[in-house]
Design a protein around this ligand. Structure first.
Ligand SMILES: *[C@@H]1O[C@H](CO)[C@@H](O)[C@H](O)[C@H]1NC(C)=O
Ligand SMILES: *[C@@H]1O[C@H](CO)[C@@H](O)[C@H](O)[C@H]1NC(C)=O
Ligand SMILES: *[C@@H]1O[C@H](CO)[C@@H](O)[C@H](O)[C@H]1NC(C)=O
Ligand SMILES: *[C@@H]1O[C@H](CO)[C@@H](O)[C@H](O)[C@H]1NC(C)=O
Ligand SMILES: *[C@@H]1O[C@H](CO)[C@@H](O)[C@H](O)[C@H]1NC(C)=O
Ligand SMILES: *[C@@H]1O[C@H](CO)[C@@H](O)[C@H](O)[C@H]1NC(C)=O
Ligand SMILES: *[C@@H]1O[C@H](CO)[C@@H](O)[C@H](O)[C@H]1NC(C)=O
Ligand SMILES: *[C@@H]1O[C@H](CO)[C@@H](O)[C@H](O)[C@H]1NC(C)=O
Ligand SMILES: *[C@@H]1O[C@H](CO)[C@@H](O)[C@H](O)[C@H]1NC(C)=O
Ligand SMILES: *[C@@H]1O[C@H](CO)[C@@H](O)[C@H](O)[C@H]1NC(C)=O
Length: 410
């Protein structure tokens, strides 16, 4: 998600994902899309994929934390669209905005075509980056701003999200999506990956045998991909509890975690962040930010459904800048942030965690075509022993790659 409380701080520093999806051939409508990171270097990952709207290509970010499609239509001749005459508005935590008329038109994504898709035409939006021209939210359909405003205005046009429309248009399609984020061999952030709709990547079928993690909604009107997390293991020691939510949502030792591809980093209650970074010799909390020695190394796993998901030590901290002497400075990738019950989650896990798993999001009854409860399945893709062994050399490579791009003292 690029918006709301929990990732507000993160939004300022390191938001957003998106995907370039040169699509691949498939025998059915199930389609997988390769995507690439167009902004890997400074850790503000922007993964973009190509979507065609009225035949025109747009590079859109793919975000599990929001549910609207908006496009920067600056310089584009808009023809063949229906104008609902209703204005859509999406504001983000970093103060950027995508606003403009809600138009309805044909949208193609790989092999999928939705003929009447509502989207916000936001010419000149400052919520785009150099690498993208819009965003496709694949979160819970009910989170859609377009859906809400068209209903409020008693519009005759459907504000159904793109995902909802795909599963309605292609009823035989299983109602799930998956994400596999890869790790850049040099900079160690996500270099790209694969996004699929209705199919599981080859070699990754085991994800469908993984425990179904129930989705828990703090506020039914504002649903997210949130699920109880059992705890965190740091160098063999367990940490759990400290949720702001009570037993109506999570067990006494659990917290509520949001899985958000639109967040390049993550946040944890301070109890967890302090345990994690406090275990790294030389790390210190400066102005609310964990500054970590760049060679700092820790074994950390997050536990869901009784399964442990090890995090590669490369994903625990990132190169955030250089000091006065031109040496790399590293910062914790999971910031400490205590929330209130107004927040949709205690824990926000973005790409720094999601690079370590293959994740499946089943919408169930969240989409019009579905009837079952939504759930999430996770398959670990990180071998902790290998990750530990390769950290030192890969970390040296990424620091040198960073310094080569930003220069000493940059
Ligand atoms: C997508 O990535 C996979 C794995 O790297 C590769 O085998 C495939 O050829 C790629 N497809 C496209 C369309 O780039
Ligand atoms: C789209 O579907 C058709 C027929 O189902 C198939 O032949 C084609 O390869 C698919 N294309 C993509 C990009 O998936
Ligand atoms: C859509 O309608 C609104 C209000 O009626 C108008 O301001 C806007 O220029 C129209 N946009 C397009 C692209 O037709
Ligand atoms: C983005 O543009 C909106 C106006 O559309 C403006 O109010 C806002 O301050 C801008 N935000 C940033 C971060 O530039
Ligand atoms: C939408 O319809 C409701 C119920 O008829 C009405 O109360 C409301 O004022 C209408 N809203 C607009 C913006 O016309
Ligand atoms: C710590 O957590 C792991 C993973 O959930 C579990 O297997 C182990 O039994 C726990 N150890 C203790 C001492 O609670
Ligand atoms: C749990 O918290 C919610 C508000 O967050 C409150 O409405 C509810 O009564 C609480 N339930 C229990 C069992 O304490
Ligand atoms: C902490 O933040 C304050 C206020 O923004 C700033 O003046 C100070 O230099 C910061 N300290 C460090 C060590 O970065
Ligand atoms: C905090 O840690 C960083 C990295 O190890 C170090 O450069 C800095 O001097 C430390 N600051 C304090 C106040 O200890
Ligand atoms: C981290 O785990 C690896 C094996 O997975 C082990 O070799 C190493 O000693 C562990 N380090 C710590 C600090 O526990």
């Amino acid at each position: 998600m690029r918006s709301t409380f929990a990732s507000l701080i993160l939004s300022l520093v390191a938001v957003s994902s998106a995907y370039r999806l040169p699509f691949r051939r498939g025998s059915s409508h199930s389609t997988s899309f390769n995507f690439t990171n167009v902004n890997a270097a400074d850790n503000r990952d922007i993964y973009v994929g190509t979507i065609y709207v009225g035949g025109q290509p747009y590079e859109v970010q793919l975000d599990t934390g929001s549910s609207d499609l908006w496009l920067d239509t600056e310089g584009v001749t808009l023809s063949g669209f229906t104008n609902t005459s209703v204005t859509g508005y999406i504001g983000y935590g970093d103060g950027t905005v995508a606003t403009g008329p809600i138009l309805v038109g044909s949208v193609d994504f790989g092999n999928f075509t939705v003929s009447k898709q509502a989207f916000i035409s936001a010419p000149g939006s400052n919520a785009t980056t150099s690498g993208d021209t819009g965003l496709l939210g694949v979160g819970p359909p009910a989170l859609s701003n377009i859906l809400t405003v068209l209903e409020l205005e008693n519009s005759s046009y459907s504000g159904a999200s793109f995902i909802d429309n795909i599963f309605m248009t292609y009823p035989k399609e299983p109602n799930f999506i998956t994400f596999q984020l890869s790790r850049d061999p040099e900079l160690a952030v996500t270099s790209g990956g694969v996004f699929t709709i209705g199919e599981v990547g080859s070699g990754l079928k085991a994800v469908q045998k993984a425990p179904e993690l129930k989705v828990v909604e703090v506020n039914n009107a504002i649903p997210y991909w949130t699920t109880p997390m059992d705890g965190m293991v740091v160098n063999g020691k367990n940490y759990s509890g400290h949720s702001v939510f009570n037993s109506s949502l999570v067990g006494s030792s659990q917290t509520l975690a949001l899985l958000d591809t639109g967040n390049s980093l993550g946040s944890l209650p301070t109890y967890y962040a302090n345990a994690l970074y406090g275990s790294i010799p030389g790390a210190n909390l400066t102005n609310g930010t964990w500054v970590v020695p760049c060679g700092g190394k820790v074994n950390v796993s997050f536990v869901f459904g009784g399964q442990t998901f090890p995090v590669h030590p490369l994903d625990v901290a990132y190169v955030a800048g250089t000091d006065d002497n031109g040496n790399a400075m590293c910062v914790g990738a999971f910031s400490g942030a205590d929330v209130t019950t107004d927040s949709p989650n205690d824990v926000a896990l973005g790409d720094s965690f999601l690079r370590n798993v293959y994740s499946l999001y089943d919408y169930g009854k969240w989409v019009t075509a579905g009837s079952t409860a939504p759930f999430i399945q996770l398959l670990s893709t990180t071998d902790p022993a290998k990750a530990w062994a390769e950290f030192d050399s890969l970390n040296t490579v990424r620091i040198n790659a960073y310094l080569a791009i930003y220069g000493k003292g940059g």
